[in-house]
Design a protein around this ligand. Structure first.
Ligand SMILES: Cc1cc2nc3c(=O)[nH]c(=O)nc-3n(C[C@H](O)[C@H](O)[C@H](O)COP(=O)(O)O)c2cc1C
Length: 209
């Protein structure tokens, strides 16, 4: 690896954006498969492969999931009052656009009961923590791989308000759980760069130097 490789990596990581509008153009499943071929090399705790991905292209399934999400948004906003209800509805407009994409990838994870001994005083529950971290890493690798192929995507947790219905419809059974909904398609436009923290806001040395 060298400066050129780093520069490709940096450009991929920094110029990838969450894409929420897609051109009405199908996505060749072969492209997604190539990306997944790379994603399967993502790290996982003790190499336990605690993530999976399922791609759905059927618009009827996606519409049905969207309707479930809309119903849930209504239900939740009815439990809230006045401005809170309105604010939630406003926020929840970011939960439903996945159905516009030509395909949606559902990210699954599974957790294990931690086998690490906790010592005399076990302060933290470790169960699931490592697996969920690995799942996040694999999702990011997938977003970058799709982007390298020219595809846009958006990591979404909003639609998980109906995670039970999603799992039922996709026949997902324990120990697997849906942790991310990722619409994928050809971007209709280039989204603007949102404000990102400066390096000092999230990285430091100890002891400080
Ligand atoms: C775990 C997770 C969940 C997210 N859920 C949603 C979502 O439900 N809807 C949405 O529009 N964007 C969602 N996003 C995308 C973020 O809003 C986006 O990453 C952030 O605004 C930064 O923009 P960028 O990805 O273009 O850098 C999610 C991102 C992450 C990491």
């Amino acid at each position: 690896m060298d400066q050129k490789t780093f520069s490709i990596f940096r450009d991929l990581v920094t110029s990838r954006r969450s894409v929420r509008k897609f051109a009405p153009r199908p996505v060749d499943p072969g492209i997604v498969k190539s990306v997944m071929e790379a994603v399967r090399f993502s790290p996982s705790p003790t190499n336990r492969q605690c993530f999976r991905f399922i791609a759905v292209q059927d618009p009827l399934i996606l519409q049905s999931l969207k309707i479930d999400v809309i119903r849930k948004i209504d239900e939740i906003s009815e439990t809230l009052e006045g401005e809170s209800s309105q604010a939630f509805r406003e926020y929840a407009k970011w939960f439903t656009f996945f159905e516009q994409a030509p395909l949606v990838v559902f990210g699954l994870f599974r957790t294990f009961v931690s086998r690490l001994p906790g010592g005399r005083k076990s302060e933290r529950r470790l169960e699931g923590l490592a697996e969920i971290q690995a799942f996040g890493g694999a999702v990011h690798a997938m977003l970058l791989g799709l982007y390298a192929m020219g595809l846009g995507s958006c990591w979404m947790s909003g639609p998980l308000v109906t995670v039970t219905q999603i799992e039922e419809l996709l026949h997902i059974e324990r120990p697997w759980q849906v942790g991310a909904v990722i619409p994928v398609g050809w971007p209709e436009s280039s989204p603007p760069v949102p404000k990102k923290p400066g390096i000092d806001a999230f990285f430091g040395w100890f002891p400080a130097c």
